[in-house]
Structures are given as structure tokens and as C-alpha cells.
Design a protein around this ligand. Structure first.
Ligand code: CA
Length: 671
């Protein structure tokens, strides 16, 4: 989802509390009775099939039962009975209607609205227009009961790999059979024609701990009845929040197939020791009046302006209202459902600041009760203004008000590679001066540090994180120019070897910084998107990773692999609290009147139980070689001049003057 608005920072700085007052229109909804029982919408048990729809203002409600997922006429229409104490409508039949489909229809303001599968459809027909009644126990792969994701003790131990299903597998060079499908990640032994590992074997070889899959719930933009058209979309246009997307299954007509195949994907990754994080987009829906929210409880789930129109902090035409009880319950119960039914290991909240901090705290707390290893993070900003008061928003600047919730650091992102709004803008890693302090904010995971001057920060002016577990560091993601394209554009005219060097330096900063590192799929093989920045609806020819790059840029891949290995072997890069960082991470004084684009620091005192007594990290983002004076001692050279070897090392040094090549990092370790 497009990253926008830094205006919020200004709002906060100005002490603003709310952009606009909540409308009277919303006040009406606060008075609705609520209901969040597990039997919402559909239950099948020994006594039959039961429906319970929450719709406090409907005048009548019916259930239509169908034989098919699309087409045909209802085989039966049941009138529902209203229960005013909780705002729900119920109907039942004594049979277990497995294999059938259904929709709800409500009469509102004197007229019947369109049919809807409801907001809690867990299985759906093709294109998600009807809910399906299936036996979920039949969707579990063999061994599912024992299936478990990796245990995570501290969220700074996680290494996130953000991927789209089609990016990873569509290119012919992937050697994968189930291209663009959940099943792509269940195929072991796939290679490029030249023998490089691809797919799940590639992920294992790279050494990441978690994949973050772009939206995989049922979204709106791809016609599941015409998959031959091979339409691509990121999927930030939610339709059914609690069922998987049909186009990623081998048969979207069969409601059980997408469920079973997504579970097979999760299990294959778990068997490989890799966790699965889902990108969730509860902040808006693809449609306004036509959404399942609007067709079940018109108006309720959204925020409004004072004139009653939809407010639009998402930039997509509407924004949901997590500050209303039924919506808050919905978000919390929906993620818990994915964690429980699909064994999902983490959730990345799109435009998280549209939600309130109270909702996010509930999300994290209740997920922790399902599985303490679940990692929750999100975009700590909105894409437009919201009626929700600034101090209630789950903003980056409010992250310390949340527990077990992390935010993306746009500080490190924009400072390292250059600003996302200007393709030509360079960053610290590509020779632009004056960004050292903002990079340092990233290095200390936005925690208070005696040697970091937040007043010089570009994006943030205060230490907003009280713990490194609150920060996700990255230099690129699906949004905007990917790293390769950004470097090609901003370093136009320089040889490719400089761009490759800058890519290594940029990711070295991400992987050695405190907080949780996050990378965009394919950057380890210098993937590009042919210069297209907002590729959400672009064809596979733009988005698919060409895996022949892995042989071509094998040196790049090996370096990234070295970065994951370094981080996993050395807890000094993964400190768990701000006090340890302030005590053990010491920046070397560098005379900025003499030099630029140079940062040097040490991780001291066997930080966080590290086997190395001291680690020195020197970052040269200048286009020129620069020398530093390394203190005397027995140093192992871990990374130097575009090479890395955390295990054996690249040689030794007794200190003294060392010269770093342009756009390169030096990492030294003292046993
Ligand atoms: Ca869909």
C-alpha cells in the first residue's frame, strides 16, 4: 500500500488533537447493540445449520441458499428473526448443509439491498460473492494438528522477507510448477535452468526466518473465473477478510481448495522452519456502499465526515472505524481466526494509524494468548487525514503507547537510499551528505541514545520507540521504486558495480541495525521492476522476479546470505531493550567538517550475550574511498570491500588505518 503523509508529524508537533470532530452520524452507531460471539453468521453442528447476522438497523433479513457458488436461483429463502438485545438476526435448518452456498439480504430504509456473503464468510464461491458451507476438518493437510511455526523469543530475532505470490514464481526461470499459486511454496527441489535454487529452497538457502505474504485474503480486483487472463494485483482491495484469495488456488470454483492449498503452503514453510506473516488491510474496503460491511450494517463500519460522507484516511475512498466496538471486535477476532485456523505467525497492518492504539493493543494481546511468537507490525501512518484524534492513532510516533506492536522506520528507509517521493534523490548509502544523524536513528531503532541528536532527524524529531522490538528497519518494500530501480535511477551514469555496492551497503545497514530487519523479495538477486514504482496492477513482465539473476548476481546473493547468517549468529545485532543499546552501542566521534557519509560504531561488552566481545561497524556511503583509524587489537575482518564471511572471516587486522572502498561497509570483530 502506498506510503504517504509525513504531515502527521507536523500535526503532532503542533499539538493538534483531532483533525475534524466525529460526526453526529457516527454518534448514532455508538448506540448500536453489539455482538461478537463465535457463532456470528454461520455455525454447523449436530443440530443443523445456523445463521446469525449482526444488523441492528435492518427492517427484515433473509438467507438465500444455493446449490452453486455462482448463477442459478436460491433453492430456499429463510426469513430471519431479530434479537434486539444484541442486534442479530437468526435462522436455522435441521440439516448440515455442507456443499451449499448462501447469501444474506437485508431490508434497510424501506428497500432491499443487494445480496452479500456477510462479513464473516470463511469459505466462499468463485469471486467471493456467495459464502460456502464446508467441513473445515477436511481442509487440513496431513500432520496439521502438530504443525507449528518457529518459536520467536524476541521480535528482533525475526528476519522478514516480503513477497507477492506471483513475483516469486511466475517467471519461467523459477522452475516452479504451480506458478502464482499458494502451492508454489510447497515445491522442493526447484531450480533455474542453470541450476540455482528457487522457491522454498531458495528461501532456506538465503536464511530468512519469516515470509511476509502480500494480501492473501479474498480481494476484489482479479476475476477468478478468468485466470487465463493472468491479471496481477497486489490485493490491497479487500472483499472477504476471512477467506483466502481464489486466484492463488488451483481451483477457485471449489471453496475448499483455496483453504486447503493455503494451509499446505503454511505447513511447507513451517516444515522448513520459516514463519508466515500475513499482510492485512482492515483499514478500508474495495467498495463503499457495495461492500459486505455496507450490505450488512449500512454505514456502521466506516468513519464519516460531518456531512455523512465517507472520510478517507486510506486514500482509497473510505476508512474503517476501529474505534467502534463491533469493528474493533471484528479486527481482533479476524486475526485470531487466521492465527488459529491457518497457523499464521504474524500480521502486518496496512495503514495501521487508521486504527486506534487501543485496538492494536487488543490485537497484540489477544494474539499473544493464541501464540506468543506472533509478530505484529504495521505502517505507522495514514494516507490522508482522519476524524480519529491524532493521539489515538496507531502512529509511528505513538508506538510507545502500544505493547508488542512494531512500526516501519521510514527514517532509515529514506535516509539510506534517498527519499521515496523523488526517484533521483540520493541517500546516505549513495553519497548524499547530511543524513548521518537520521541513519543513526535507524541504527539505534529510534530509541533514546546519548549520542543521537534527534533534532537533526529528517523524519522524526524524538526517540519514539521505547524498545527495539517496536521497530522494523528496511530500505524498500513493494511500494515505490524497489532498491535496484532506485539505485539505477539515482546513480544514473555510474557503473553497475557501484549500484551493486550501494545495494550491499544499504542492506548491511538494515541487517546490522537494532530492531527487526525487513527485505523485499528478490533484492538478494538484484531484481528490478523495470523502473515502475507503483506496480500494483502491472503485468508479470514487470513484477515477476527473473531468477536467472541469481547466477548473474550470485555475488550479491552470497552477500545477503552472509548478512542473515551474521545476524542470526550474533545477538549483539538483536538487542531487546533500549537500555542495552544505550549502554553497549557506542558511536565513534567523526569530525563532520573533515568527512561526510561516514558512520562508525561499536557493539561492546558481549552485547546481548554475544560471543564476540566487540563488533565494529563502519559505513562509508561516499562515492570516494575513506579511511578510518581502527584501535589496536586482534580483529577478525567479517565484512570488507563487498565481501562478508561471518564464520571464518576474511582475514585479520591489528588495527591502524583501514581504507573503505566507495559505498561499502567494514565489519570487524574482537573475540
Ligand atoms: Ca478474489
Amino acid at each position: 500500500m502506498k506510503l504517504k503523509t509525513m504531515a502527521i508529524v507536523a500535526l503532532l508537533a503542533a499539538g493538534a488533537t483531532a483533525a475534524t470532530a466525529q460526526s453526529n452520524y457516527d454518534a448514532k452507531f455508538k448506540a448500536y447493540p453489539t455482538y461478537s460471539g463465535e457463532d456470528l453468521e454461520l455455525t454447523v453442528d449436530s443440530s443443523g445449520t445456523h445463521w446469525r447476522l449482526w444488523s441492528p438497523e435492518a427492517q427484515e433479513a433473509v438467507v438465500n441458499i444455493y446449490n452453486e457458488g455462482r448463477g442459478g436461483e436460491p433453492i430456499e429463502t429463510l426469513n430471519m428473526e431479530y434479537h434486539k438485545e444484541n442486534g442479530t438476526w437468526t435462522a436455522s435448518v435441521p440439516q448440515q448443509l455442507y456443499g451449499k452456498f448462501y447469501t444474506f439480504k437485508i431490508k434497510f430504509d424501506g428497500k432491499w439491498l443487494n445480496e452479500t456473503p456477510g462479513v464473516w464468510a470463511k469459505a466462499v464461491g468463485v469471486n467471493g460473492k456467495r459464502a460456502a458451507i464446508i467441513d473445515f476438518s477436511q481442509t487440513n493437510p496431513e500432520g496439521w494438528e502438530a504443525d507449528k511455526g518457529p518459536q520467536v523469543d524476541n521480535f528482533t530475532d525475526v528476519i522478514v522477507y516480503e513477497m507477492h505470490h506471483r513475483d516469486l514464481s511466475m517467471h519461467p526461470s523459477s522452475g516452479i510448477n504451480n506458478k502464482g499459486k499458494f502451492l508454489a511454496l510447497t515445491e522442493p527441489g526447484t531450480t533455474t535452468p542453470s541450476g540455482q535454487k528457487t522457491g522454498i529452497d531458495h528461501l532456506k538457502e538465503l536464511g530468512i526466518t519469516h515470509v511476509h505474504i502480500l494480501p492473501s485474503y479474498d480481494y476484489n480486483s482479479v476475476d477468478e473465473t478468468n485466470l487465463e487472463a493472468n491479471v496481477y494485483n497486489w490485493g490491497y482491495d479487500p472483499q472477504n477478510y476471512n477467506a483466502p484469495e481464489g486466484s492463488y488456488s488451483t481451483n477457485p470454483e471449489n471453496p475448499a481448495t483455496r483453504i486447503s492449498e493455503m494451509k499446505q503452503m503454511v505447513k511447507a514453510l513451517h516444515d522448513a522452519g520459516i514463519g508466515v506473516i500475513m499482510d492485512v488491510v482492515y483499514n478500508h474496503t474495495a467498495e463503499n456502499d457495495g461492500s459486505n460491511f455496507s450490505l450488512t450494517a449500512p454505514g456502521y463500519y466506516y468513519r464519516h465526515r460531518e456531512d455523512g460522507s465517507y472520510s478517507d484516511a486510506s486514500g482509497c475512498g473510505n476508512e474503517t472505524a476501529s474505534d467502534l466496538q463491533q469493528m474493533q471486535d471484528y479486527i481482533v477476532n479476524s486475526v485470531k481466526y487466521w492465527a488459529d485456523e491457518y497457523h499464521i505467525d504474524g500480521f502486518r497492518f496496512d495503514l495501521m494509524a487508521i486504527h486506534d492504539t487501543e485496538t492494536m493493543n487488543r490485537v497484540a494481546k489477544e494474539l499473544k494468548e493464541v501464540n506468543p511468537s506472533i509478530f505484529v507490525y504495521g505502517e505507522g501512518w495514514t494516507a490522508g487525514d482522519s476524524p480519529l484524534a491524532v493521539e489515538r492513532r496507531a502512529l509511528k510516533e505513538n508506538v510507545s503507547k502500544m505493547e508488542n506492536v512494531a512500526v516501519f522506520s521510514d527514517d532509515i528507509r529514506d535516509a539510506v537510499k534517498g527519499h521515496y517521493t523523488d526517484a533521483a534523490d540520493r541517500g546516505f548509502a549513495t553519497g548524499k551528505p547530511g543524513l548521518e544523524e537520521t541513519v543513526k536513528i535507524g541504527i539505534v531503532a529510534a530509541t533514546a541514545h546519548p549520542q543521537v541528536d534527534y533534532s537533526k532527524g529528517n523524519n522524526s524529531k524524538f526517540a519514539y520507540a521505547s524498545s527495539p522490538e517496536m521497530i522494523v528497519n528496511y530500505v524498500s518494500c513493494h511500494d515505490d521504486l524497489c532498491l535496484t530501480d532506485k539505485l539505477r535511477h539515482s546513480m544514473k551514469g555510474e557503473p553497475e558495480e557501484n549500484q551493486l555496492a550501494a545495494a550491499k551497503l544499504a542492506q548491511t545497514i538494515v541487517f546490522t541495525s537494532q530492531g527487526t530487519p525487513f527485505m523485499f523479495a528478490g533484492e538478494e538477486v538484484f531484481r528490478d521492476k523495470k523502473g515502475v514504482h507503483n506496480s500494483y496492477n502491472q503485468p508479470d513482465s514487470i513484477n515477476a522476479i527473473d531468477w536467472e539473476n541469481k547466477a548473474k548476481y550470485r555475488d550479491q546473493f552470497d552477500y545477503y546470505k552472509g548478512l542473515t547468517a551474521l545476524r542470526k549468529a550474533h545477538p549483539a545485532f538483536r538487542m531487546t531493550n533500549a537500555e542495552d543499546i544505550a549502554a553497549n552501542l557506542v558511536f565513534d566521534e567523526i569530525d563532520i567538517t573533515e568527512t561526510t557519509n561516514l558512520i562508525s560504531y561499536s557493539l561492546k561488552n558481549h552485547a546481548n550475550g554475544d560471543s564476540w566481545e566487540e563488533i565494529k561497524v563502519v559505513l562509508n556511503g561516499a562515492s570516494e574511498s575513506q579511511s578510518v583509524e581502527i584501535p589496536q587489537g586482534e580483529w577478525k575482518i567479517v565484512a570488507f570491500d563487498g565481501k562478508i564471511n561471518p564464520d571464518q572471516g576474511l582475514g585479520t587486522s591489528n588495527g591502524g588505518k583501514m581504507t573503505l572502498a566507495p559505498y561499502s561497509a567494514l565489519i570487524l570483530a574482537k573475540e
